[in-house]
Ligand binder design. Sequence first.
Ligand code: F3S
Length: 64
Amino acid sequence: MLVTIDLDKCAGHARCYAVAAEYFDIDDDGYAAAARVIVPEGAENLAIEAVAACPERAIQICEA
Ligand code: F3S
């Protein structure tokens, strides 16, 4: 599953990292560190939780 993060929308809430630290990386200030994340088969619900957790709606699932 390909997940994209709009780094312009990211406000550094770091909730994506709190939900799925294995896939979402943050920088020292708590902002998303990568614009694209590949979430492997079997972990899709973590990606879905991360989408729901971001208050800025910065995370989108691009490919199932
Ligand atoms: Fe940024 Fe949203 Fe994650 S604001 S750090 S993409 S929870």
